[in-house]
Design a protein. Structure first.
Length: 153
């Protein structure tokens, strides 16, 4: 027996797959894994942090931050940073500017050279945001089980 147009469509669609989706966590749902940080980030805070993570997302900038952080005295001159890279000086200055604007580096001009130092509070803040509370649930609890994988297939 053939079904009419709409009846055929509703018959063929698995409603479980097409339920209304939302990016908001419903109040009755508990997370299965420990959350990152102590509480959810506000939209404004997430935007601020994304700028910092974008700055760290470039391998050159990540290396620059590590060079400055590991340099004797906790600060490094551009003349100390440049030899580690096969980049033009304006490109190095651009990368350092991005790290400064993200709040990860501070600088001070001394004569013709600019000295950079890591902002410890910025790294502590990132560490606090990324800290996962231990002891909430075992990691294996968060991994999908074989039966849940079969259900999804």
């Amino acid at each position: 027996m053939a079904l009419s147009g709409e009846a055929h469509l509703t018959h063929c669609i698995d409603k479980r797959q097409y339920r209304r989706m939302s990016n908001q966590l419903s109040s009755g749902v508990a997370p299965c894994c420990p959350s990152i940080g102590r509480e959810p980030l506000s939209a404004e805070r997430a935007a601020d942090l994304s700028r910092v993570f974008r700055a760290l997302g470039d391998p050159v900038r990540l290396r620059m931050l590590s060079i400055v952080a590991g340099h004797r005295g906790g600060e490094a001159c551009v003349c100390d940073i440049s030899p580690a890279f096969d980049l033009a000086q304006p490109t190095i200055s651009h990368h350092l500017k991005v790290l400064r604007e993200a709040g990860l580096l501070d600088c001070e001009r001394r004569g013709t050279w600019v000295y950079y130092r890591v902002v410890p509070a910025a790294l502590e803040e990132l560490s606090a945001v990324l800290a996962i509370e231990s002891g909430v649930l075992p990691a294996s609890y968060c991994a999908p089980s074989a039966t849940s994988q079969e259900t999804l297939s």
